[in-house]
Design a protein around this ligand. Structure first.
Ligand SMILES: [Zn+2]
Ligand SMILES: [Zn+2]
Length: 152
């Protein structure tokens, strides 16, 4: 389940925000930097907690407002894993970095994975069904290596 290093998302996000007329804000920059340092999705609560641990103080209202803005601009996607908590994940330019998740039903851990062949298969299915696919969600469920009973 190795995943390759993702490209930097901050520059892409800032460019999009500037293009949409957003001014550079301290709170927004802190949220963007934090998310760009993650391999995978974080909940709003986790984002708030991690910002509080760091040097940069960002109020809860600002965190939520920034997350809404970034989702609206399709710079973040909401990852729903069925526990009622939305997690936020960077969205990269079309055709660049993109991954899916394995969710552990015991500990709730989210493990990212990517697979070019899976992407090709999904595109082939979309063509076959004659649909214009502009996104997809694939979530694997089960038990992670820590929670799975030892083999043998
Ligand atoms: Zn992820
Ligand atoms: Zn687990």
């Amino acid at each position: 389940m190795a995943s390759t290093e993702a490209p930097r998302w901050t520059a892409y996000a800032n460019e999009r925000l500037a293009g949409e007329g957003y001014r550079r804000g301290g709170g927004r920059a802190a949220v963007i930097d934090l998310l760009d340092a993650q391999e995978c999705a974080l909940s709003a609560q986790e984002i708030e907690d991690r910002l509080r641990e760091g040097e940069r103080r960002v109020g809860r209202a600002t965190v939520y407002r920034v997350l809404d803005e970034l989702v609206e601009l399709h710079l973040l996607s909401k990852v729903e894993i069925g526990d009622g908590v939305a997690r936020f994940e960077r969205v990269f330019p079309e055709g660049t970095h993109h991954h899916h998740h394995f969710v552990c039903r015991d500990c709730g851990r989210l493990i990212p994975f990517e697979d070019d062949e899976l992407e090709r298969v999904l595109r082939r299915i979309a063509r076959r069904e004659g649909v214009a696919m502009d996104g997809h969600d694939v979530t694997l469920r089960g038990r992670c290596p820590d929670c799975a009973p030892a083999a043998g």
